[in-house]
Design a protein around this ligand. Structure first.
Ligand SMILES: Nc1nc2c(ncn2[C@@H]2O[C@H](COP(=O)(O)OP(=O)(O)OP(=O)(O)O)[C@@H](O)[C@H]2O)c(=O)[nH]1
Ligand SMILES: [Zn+2]
Length: 194
């Protein structure tokens, strides 16, 4: 079992899904639903694996490239679960940072891994955005970090207010992106130009 999956109580999750099926008036023992509690438990294990992951490990390896300019990874596919309804919200994340005075950079894939790590938890979009920016800012010793997430919430499209297509954009800025309007504008323009 992968280490990040330890701590997940599969029998408890299965029992809860069985209860839910009973609560909606279904027969959990009919053929089509017989394996559903186990399937849902496995999918929750995967969808919430970020609860058992450590961001320091993701950003542990840095390269000494003496690069002190902007690094931006755009259009990172993002999939998360809203903590209010346990329904998916998904879209894209744009993650930018400017390395600190030592010019240390991290692997580009690590920025996408960081998005996954925080997305795979019960979330709200604002906190997800801030957590990614804070992790970069604190653990990578950057001059600044900027994260923008654009997502559609299924709790707003499949139910409730029922507005499919409505998108939510959130941003979090740290360090020089907060203090320098021109640095912030440069990053936002690059994001938009995609
Ligand atoms: N700020 C924020 N709100 C969210 C997010 N995900 C879901 N929500 C909102 O959380 C709110 C929960 O509101 P409640 O009134 O407690 O729940 P509800 O009766 O199901 O609300 P409706 O969705 O309006 O039917 C809703 O307005 C959702 O749209 C998110 O990531 N950020
Ligand atoms: Zn919701």
């Amino acid at each position: 079992m992968a280490p990040e999956w330890s701590g997940f109580d599969a029998p408890r999750a299965e029992a809860a899904v069985r209860e839910l099926l009973l609560a909606i008036g279904e027969d959990p023992d009919r053929e089509g639903l017989r394996d559903t509690p186990a399937r849902v438990a496995r999918s929750y294990q995967e969808l919430f694996a970020g609860l058992r992951s450590d961001p320091s490990l993701v950003l542990e390896r840095v390269f000494d490239e003496n690069h002190e300019e902007l690094v931006l990874v755009r259009d990172i596919p993002m999939f998360s679960m809203c903590e209010h309804h346990l329904l998916p919200f998904h879209g894209v994340a744009h993650v930018a940072y400017i390395p600190g005075p030592q010019g240390h950079v991290t692997g580009l894939s690590k920025l996408a891994r960081l998005v996954d790590l925080y997305a795979r938890r019960p979330q709200v979009q604002e906190r997800l955005t801030s957590q990614i920016a804070d992790a970069l800012d604190h653990k990578l010793d950057t001059r600044g970090a900027l994260v923008v997430i654009d997502a559609e919430h299924q709790c707003m499209s499949a139910r409730g207010v029922r507005k499919p297509g409505a998108r939510t954009t959130t941003s979090a800025v740290r360090g020089i992106f907060k203090t320098s309007a021109s640095t912030r504008a440069e990053a936002l323009n690059l994001i938009r130009s995609g």
